[in-house]
Design a binder for this molecule. Structure first.
Ligand code: PLP
Length: 474
């Protein structure tokens, strides 16, 4: 295989275009006055200038003041898997929307059919692609499928959906009802009934002190205990992230996933895997679940599908799930769901090109190789800084959990974790951290750079983290 390399120029872009007719001040004031930013305290509007990102190339972005940043989190929320500034993505989208921008409802489009065929080829055992626009929306589709299957085939009884502590599935009320991060849920109740929580599987924070295979068995047994307590005949699906992402980069212990699969088969429970983050190469395979040898019934995906060049998400199912909606005698028995913008061609056209780029440049291989390098760098930092209690991840998806004390594993104070993130930002390196999600455990630094990352990029990122930790924690 040809070694992957980034073909992007990294010199700063033209400052005249960057500054929007040389009036960055006006843009900043318009943003401050009228944009309601995602997950931002109002204090932020008053104390700092909003950061307006104007241009990106490879995994570097420039803000409106001309400052260069290395982006270690693929657009903040682990989305831009193929990197910024891909002209062929723009051309693919432009060609598709000029010819046929949109047709919704029951009718199809050429890009929609073409991408579905390409995707299914990467997902042996799965057959049907249902288009939507965001990860939350794709997960809602899956929840609706499970509820309808319960009504059609189990008299409405097998309707409960199990979800896991620390996992996240999206921002709508139903998704928060399936949300294992209590700080995200605070003040948004009441929630939708029928979502039941199972314990997390983070070995570093083993609930019973066991480790390795024994811990994997116990963590899976904890799911079985919930199934038995609720009654298997009331549970329609188990919805899990393959690797818990925003909940602290939790790679399940070896043996866990096999047991989970066995439980689903034993108790006739659909396995819904949320690949919104891990899908499209993040962990070094096309999908996270493929790293663990499991066979899901439903897979949802969003971020990396078109790497943020267009909005698209997919809810992919087996033919067995699809067939459960077949009944030509009952008018209400097919999946009566719709997504207006699921009919946009920009999404699948971008997704086709995105998948081609991942293949042509072997970005899965690069995720594996550079993931190992990033992990090595983080382990070296762990040897140097007693504040790093655990390093974990897979491919270019890595986390470093910070602790105040390695023996007691007391989590590092969230403010100090955020100070490290801010210090990196000041150095021109954008990293992430669990934030406002897990009460008491917002203490993990997160790294998910674009899959084009090189050793030099990763060294720059971890050198900034090294300096930030020394400055903030000593
Ligand atoms: N699922 C997971 C695992 C996520 O991390 C996210 C968002 O970060 C979502 C679902 C929701 O996706 P979206 O923000 O596109 O609705």
């Amino acid at each position: 295989r040809r070694p992957p390399k980034s073909f992007f120029k990294t010199e700063p872009p033209d400052m005249d275009t960057l500054n929007f007719a040389n009036d960055p001040g006006h843009v900043i004031e318009a943003d401050r006055a009228h944009v309601w930013h995602h997950i931002s305290q109002h204090k932020a509007y008053e104390t700092i200038d909003p950061r307006i990102i104007v241009e990106g190339r490879g995994l570097r972005v420039w803000d409106i003041k001309g400052k260069e940043h290395v982006d270690a989190v693929s657009g903040g929320v682990w989305t831009v898997n193929i990197g910024y500034g891909r002209e062929r993505m723009g051309r693919a989208i432009s060609d598709a929307v000029t010819k046929m921008c949109f047709f919704g409802g029951a009718l199809g489009t050429i890009p929609g059919a073409q991408f579905a065929e390409m995707l299914i080829e990467k997902m042996p055992g799965l057959d049907r692609v249902y288009y939507a626009n965001s990860g939350s929306e794709a997960n809602e589709k899956a929840f609706k499928m499970v509820r309808q299957i319960s009504h059609k085939h189990y008299g409405g009884k097998k309707s409960k959906i199990l979800y896991r502590e620390r996992d996240y599935h999206g921002t709508t009320i139903a998704n928060l009802s399936a949300g294992g991060q209590d700080e995200r849920n605070a003040q948004y109740g009441p929630f939708v009934p029928g979502f039941i929580r199972v314990p997390h599987c983070l070995e570093y924070r083993s609930q019973d002190g066991t480790l390795g295979e024994e811990y994997a068995a116990n963590a899976a047994k904890a799911i079985e205990d919930v199934i038995l307590a609720e009654g298997a005949d009331t549970i329609g699906a188990l919805c899990l992230e393959p690797i818990t992402a925003g909940g602290g980069i939790i790679v399940p212990p070896s043996g866990y996933w096999q047991r989970v699969q066995e439980l689903c088969r034993k108790y006739d429970i659909l396995l819904h895997i949320d690949e919104v983050v891990c899908g499209l190469g993040r962990t070094g395979a096309w999908f996270g679940y493929q790293q663990f040898g499991v066979q899901p019934d439903i897979v949802t995906m969003a971020k990396g599908v078109a790497s943020g060049y267009a909005a698209i998400s997919c809810c992919v199912t087996t033919n067995a799930v699809f067939e459960m909606f077949k009944d030509d005698t009952d008018k209400l028995s097919y999946f009566r769901d719709i997504s207006t913008f699921g009919g946009c061609t920009a999404g699948p056209a971008a997704a086709i090109e995105n998948m081609r780029i991942i293949e042509e440049e072997d970005l899965l291989g690069n995720s594996v190789a550079m993931g190992a390098h990033l992990s090595g760098n983080l382990h070296a930092l762990m040897d140097k800084h007693k504040w790093i209690g655990d390093v974990r991840g897979m491919g270019l998806f890595q986390g470093a959990e910070l602790v105040a004390d390695r023996t007691t594993k007391e989590p590092m104070d969230e403010k100090k974790v955020q100070a490290i993130v801010a210090d990196c930002m000041a150095q021109g390196v954008i990293i992430g951290a669990t934030n406002r999600s897990l009460p008491g455990f917002n203490n993990t630094l997160l790294f998910a750079p674009s899959l084009i990352a090189t050793k030099d990029d990763l060294n720059q990122i971890t050198e900034a983290v090294d300096q930030a930790i020394t400055r903030v924690l000593g």
